[in-house]
Design a binder for this molecule. Structure first.
Ligand SMILES: Cc1cc2nc3c(=O)[nH]c(=O)nc-3n(C[C@H](O)[C@H](O)[C@H](O)COP(=O)(O)O)c2cc1C
Ligand code: SF4
Length: 610
């Protein structure tokens, strides 16, 4: 667990100590500026936050402009430039956590700790706030305390947490059951049914050769599991052909789409399967360096992943001359994100892995020819690498026989929400929504959001539809909403998510997501009119057609789809026929009136009007 020492403020010795600590953090990462995100995470771990001195110190130690450090430090939600106290508690704000009582529980803890959400307690001890989904939708309401997960929260657990904080107990002395993350594997097929023998895929690729492996992948026809569904064999072949001083393999373990947690389960339960897949990719494209880019919220997985990598080095499955094969040199590092959904987009991920703010690049060029540090780079989802290892071991024909002709193999689904058995389910592609609902115990489902906020909203009339690239594609989220749920509120939660996560680079998305969120809030407050709906339609069209990346393209989807499938949820909020402004200017001037001590007629708008 990361220690979070609090900085002593005054004496010169403390200043020298802090300089030494910063130098140590920078040195631990080889003084390498591409490691800036990792360095800032470490520095924050030592000082509790990234104050002005810390930012100056890092800039000096790395020999780069201060503004460069600040731009990175202020981009990520899990990095902060003000103290969050000795204990920072961030409640996951996914709609599923909300349905399970997150808001009431957060208020309860705040009252117990005498703290307001988003503000440091007066004694500097504790900070409580919300954060985007933390990948524990099957065991929420959940939160992070100093980066570590707290699951299945209820009043009893929060009483315990409040007591531990009040007694200033270090996290290492907290009861382990508070941090338990259950795998909740409910159904397994190709990837999850059986244990995997570490190295069996790597041995097979040595026998097949790079071309033979590409042939097996072609035969298997697996498409990427990260959302876009790009053909894996095509990506790997293109990277293999590309020239560069070196080639790189990146495992996209950012998993930030609300409601998705299947990559967490694979990394927890089948890490060797995933790393075998990365090593196979390295053999095919000729890569020497591998990166597992792990979302910051999965800090708790780092130790077990490092242990997997270490035992593989011992067994000759990573390092130089893998399995005794001269020239087969490949090793992997784990790099942590710092809280930014956009870093799941592959070019933003690469920017982040290079130590910068994670803003999507202009494409082309695509990473397979010009990726990490300008080198040819394969970026694949965690599950895609797991599939590749299985294809190596079992053969392309075996894999292609599972699923449908256009969607071969299996799909992992992260099932959460109004069902009896939330967890991870693996099905052959082509499974119907109804079958998944039967298996997870959701007889009263009204809708399912497949693929998270950027995915597809499926109403009860469509439960015969199938999970497949040719029908409903998905990266994995399967959020169930029962009859009692208000689909307008679901869409509203998603608009807040996108407005929060827009990276701000392009205007249609930066402004569009904020305006859309405001319109939804206005409708929720009963002030919406047909005019607002028309404005929303215009906005959504602009975002879809003019945004720079996939976030902006899909940010309006939840509103578009719930409007179409659940129009009554919007209609009952349109009580106002004429346009009504959401903003009451006279109300907003109340603070000015109280500061100036005025409350006469001239100090009010209506009365002051000529
Ligand atoms: C906003 C946004 C977020 C994304 N998040 C993820 C993610 O968390 N994990 C992931 O594998 N792919 C994510 N992607 C897709 C990646 O850009 C990329 O297509 C994927 O990692 C490629 O892997 P695959 O070919 O194995 O699917 C995201 C894309 C966008 C536009
Ligand atoms: S669409 Fe949104 S997330 Fe993507 S680059 Fe533009 S502002 Fe950033």
């Amino acid at each position: 667990m990361q220690g979070r020492a609090i900085r002593a403020c005054f004496p010169a010795i403390a200043i020298m100590d802090s300089r030494a600590n910063i130098s140590a953090c920078v040195a631990r990462h080889g003084g390498d500026v591409t490691q800036l995100v990792q360095i800032l995470r470490d520095v924050q771990g030592v000082f509790g936050y990234l104050g002005a001195d810390a930012i100056d110190g890092v800039a000096k130690a790395l020999g780069i402009p201060r503004v460069r450090v600040e731009a990175t430090a202020t981009f990520y939600h899990l990095l902060h430039t003000r103290s969050h106290g000795e204990y920072e508690i961030l409640f996951s704000d996914n709609i599923i956590d909300r349905m399970a009582g997150k808001s009431e529980l957060m208020t309860y803890l705040c009252e117990r700790m005498w703290v307001e959400p988003g503000k440091l307690s007066e004694d500097g001890l504790v900070y409580v706030d919300s954060t985007s989904d933390i990948g524990l939708g099957d065991q929420g309401p959940a939160a992070l305390v100093n980066g570590m997960p707290l699951t299945a929260l209820d009043h009893t657990r929060l009483d315990l947490v409040a007591g531990l904080i009040r007694n200033r107990k270090p996290l290492r002395d907290w009861p382990p059951m508070l941090f338990e993350v259950a795998p909740n594997i409910r159904r397994g097929e190709a990837l999850l049914a059986d244990p995997f023998e570490a190295g069996s895929g790597v041995r097979r690729v040595l026998a097949l050769g790079a071309d033979g492996m590409l042939d097996e992948l072609e035969r298997a026809f697996p498409r990427g599991r990260g959302g876009a569904g790009f053909k894996t064999a095509v990506k790997w072949a293109s990277c293999r052909r590309a020239t560069g001083a070196a080639h790189v393999v990146v495992c996209n373990a950012d998993e930030g789409e609300p409601g998705t947690f299947k990559d967490r389960v694979l990394l927890q339960q089948r890490a060797d399967l995933v790393v075998d897949g990365m090593t196979i990719a390295a053999r095919v494209v000729g890569a020497t360096k591998g990166i597992i880019y792990l979302r910051g919220e999965y800090l708790f997985l780092v130790d077990s992943l490092e242990a997997t990598l270490a035992h593989r080095r011992d067994d000759g499955l990573l390092g130089n001359a893998i399995l005794g094969e001269p020239g087969f040199d490949f090793d992997i590092v784990v790099e942590l994100g710092a809280g930014a959904y956009i870093c799941g987009e592959e070019s933003a991920l690469i920017e982040s892995a290079e130590g910068k703010a994670g803003r999507p690049r202009n494409r082309p060029p695509y990473p397979d020819t010009c990726g990490y540090l300008g080198l040819p780079t394969v970026v694949n989802n965690v599950e895609t690498f797991a599939c590749a290892a299985k294809v190596a071991v079992m053969g392309g024909a075996w894999f292609a026989a599972i699923g449908t002709p256009r969607s071969t193999g299996t799909k992992l689904l992260s099932v959460s929400g109004d069902c009896v058995r939330p967890g991870t389910y693996e099905y052959p592609f082509g499974v119907t929504i109804r079958k998944v609902l039967d298996d997870c115990g959701a007889p009263d489902a009204r809708a399912v959001q497949v693929g998270g906020p950027s995915g597809t909203c499926v109403s009860w009339k469509e439960f015969g539809r199938r999970i497949a690239f040719e029908d409903i594609p998905t990266a994995g989220a399967f959020m169930v909403f029962g009859r009692q749920r208000d689909m307008f509120e679901v869409a509203r939660n998603f608009t807040h998510f996108f407005a929060h996560e827009s990276c701000g680079f392009c205007t249609p998305c930066r402004v569009g997501t904020a305006l859309l969120r405001n319109h939804m809030d206005k409708l929720a407050a009963g002030k919406g009119s047909a005019y607002d709906l028309a404005q929303m339609q215009r906005l959504m069209h602009i975002m879809l057609t003019m945004s720079h990346c996939g976030l902006g393209h899909t940010a309006a989807k939840p509103v578009v789809e719930t409007m179409e499938k659940f129009p009554e949820a919007y209609e009952r909020r349109l009580q106002v026929l004429d346009y009504e402004p959401a903003f009451d200017l006279d109300d907003a001037l109340a603070t000015a009136r109280s500061i100036t001590g005025r409350d006469d007629a001239q100090a009010h708008l209506d009365e002051a009007a000529p």
